[in-house]
Design a protein around this ligand. Structure first.
Ligand SMILES: [Fe+2]
Ligand SMILES: [Fe+2]
Length: 157
């Protein structure tokens, strides 16, 4: 995925107030897949979502798309450690991420639905209700598959 300098700056603008926080620092320490941190994963999903939206001219609102994508896994724990939902993580974490993100930020309905529906069809009743949510749902699966395949090394996308 190749984004222009201007597009990278635009993404950075949308992520203002989300990246330099203590929660983001925690996400850098939590593993998502292999050696990929949750932070690396959500940045990958945000960038890929933006890329898909721009290149395919899908017309989803960029700011909500990028913010929702960054917050989609805002559950703030390492799901590999004992005591966390374990095998049920896949089902439960969207609602946990939504609750924690809502407690921390003011979220639009589109951003909330992006978080709640990103695991669809696993979360059957929480389905994507907007183009932005559909894009993030797809981008999350692409990034996750890529991370699992190249999990032996840290990636930058
Ligand atoms: Fe997730
Ligand atoms: Fe994810």
């Amino acid at each position: 995925m190749r984004l222009t300098r201007r597009e990278n700056l635009e993404i950075g603008k949308y992520l203002q107030g989300l990246r330099g926080t203590k929660e983001a620092a925690l996400m850098r320490r939590c593993i998502q897949h292999g050696r990929i941190s949750t932070y690396e994963h959500v940045v990958c999903v945000a960038r890929l979502s933006f890329y898909i939206n721009r290149r395919l001219r899908l017309g989803a609102p960029d700011a909500e798309l990028v913010r929702g994508a960054f917050l989609h896994d805002f559950y703030l724990y390492d799901w590999h450690e004992n005591g966390y939902p374990g095998r049920l993580h896949g089902f439960r974490h969207p609602a946990i991420a939504w609750r924690k993100a809502l407690r921390r930020y003011r979220l639009t309905p589109i951003e909330q639905n992006i978080i709640l529906s990103h695991m669809w069809p696993l979360t059957f009743f929480s389905f994507p209700r907007s183009r932005a949510a559909l894009i993030v749902c797809l981008a999350d699966k692409i990034c996750s598959a890529y991370e699992v395949i190249v999990q032996s090394r840290s990636i930058r996308c």
